[in-house]
Design a protein around this ligand. Sequence first.
Ligand code: ZN
Length: 242
Amino acid sequence: MAAEPQGELFKSAVVPVEIREHARVRRLTVRVYPGGRVTVTVPKGTSPAQVQRFVTRHQDWISRKVAQFSLDEDYELPTSIELPSTGDTWIVHYRSGRPGFRVVADRVLEIRHADEDREMAHRALAAWAIAEARRSLEPWLAAVSAETGLVYRDVHWRRQRTRWGSYSRSGTLSLNVAVLFQPPEVVRYLFVHELSHTRHMNHSASFWKLVESHEPDYRSLDRQLTEGWRLVPSWLTARPSP
Ligand SMILES: [Zn+2]
């Protein structure tokens, strides 16, 4: 999806800002993700001074957003989980016991953790989300692959804050488990997008043409996916993968 993070950190007054150079963008844009990570996307060749001016100009907005998201870090552990991707609503029970999760009945999830250990409960929830993505989304991915004739070798599910998916030359798709919280048409679009990378390892015109041939509405779905982070609950995004 997005350009590979450049790994370069840019010091703003309050938080580190990650700069991403992107050949296709015309303007500088700033985004703050749940968890408080800040990225600035810049056209190729933008000078550090230009970036600094841009960050300074938007400093107040960035600080406000980061503060807002750190409040969200005080998330509540969910007692029910709605998954737009599948239309399912799961009920969640918490018990003390050996840490982990168990599906105890149809769409009833039991999370076990040591008393008051939120971090442990949190980790068990995240592990369940990955198991649920495997169970409910992988057959669907396989169906889209069969339908489009775009073949992959393997799929890995990850918890990431900034990327929805990627494809490696070895034939492995990496998909963000947060896609569980996107509506079905957006999930299918992500599948088509990443599968199309099996033919084109870039975002060239031929790549988009291939995407379009399988999903004519791809522009609006791509926008929905970009904005889809707001549908993802804090308990899933609050911390990076263990
Ligand atoms: Zn892509």
